[in-house]
Design a binder for this molecule. Structure first.
Ligand code: GAR
Length: 216
């Protein structure tokens, strides 16, 4: 069994492609003192990502790294990894980062790249997960925080939150209900790393002391 992080204030690097509401929720949890972490840098693959501006406004270093200015993904990710390492990042947080992660990042941050996905994995991987859930007709969906591996949304699951799906839901109404849960689930999952409680046993994540807490 591998322990992923030691207890202590955890140094995060966030990767985001869009509006950055999950990034905001993580910042808010840090500000409230609920999450023992520090965000060292926010990186985006999109020049116009609102997340970049949100980070700058908070005084967090924000950097656009253009995937198109590199010969291939290996070089692009090489730049991301050296930026993250330069900033002292221990744990990489994908928050609406709409790209598949490749070998360079995976090898440099093995089991230390987390993602949030707006569905109950292993159902509805990939893009438009909320639309997939509505169209399939499931009665419950939700969100999943997981470690990133080689597959698309296939890595070890850390935490999940469930929401009902109503028959009048469309993609947007379901996405909004799920997003509310995302904004708690992500920082709570990160706090487990700050507490040094996350272990990996095969593909199963073990949270130390969880059962005792749940029984209390
Ligand atoms: C979130 O709903 C997140 O779960 C999803 O993108 C949104 C980003 O919102 N991520 C994925 O679909 C990844 N496959 P945000 O930019 O406001 O945090």
């Amino acid at each position: 069994m591998i322990q992923i992080t030691q207890p202590g204030i955890i140094r995060l690097g966030v990767l985001a492609s869009g509006r950055g509401s999950n990034f905001d929720a993580i910042c808010a949890a840090i500000d409230r003192g609920d999450l023992q972490a520090q965000i060292e840098i926010l990186i985006s693959d999109k020049a116009d990502a609102a997340a970049l501006e949100k980070a700058s406004k908070r005084g967090i270093s924000a950097r656009f790294i253009d995937p198109n200015s590199f010969a291939d993904r290996q070089y692009y990710e090489g730049e991301i990894v050296s930026t993250l390492r330069g900033a002292g990042v221990e744990l990489v947080v994908l928050a609406g980062y709409m790209r598949l992660v490749g070998q360079v990042m995976l090898q440099n941050y093995r089991w230390r790249i987390l993602n949030i996905h707006p569905a109950l994995l292993p159902s509805f991987t990939g893009l438009h997960a909320q639309k997939q859930a509505v169209e399939y007709g499931v009665r419950f969906s939700g969100c999943t925080v997981h470690m990133v591996d080689e597959g698309m949304d296939t890595g070890p699951i850390i935490r999940q939150a469930v929401v009902p799906v109503y028959q009048y839901d469309d993609e947007d109404s379901l996405a909004a209900r799920i997003l509310e849960q995302e904004h708690n689930l992500y920082w709570q999952s990160l706090q487990l790393f700050a507490q040094g409680r996350v272990y990996l046993d095969g593909r199963k994540v073990i949270i130390r002391d969880e059962s005792r807490e749940e029984m209390a």
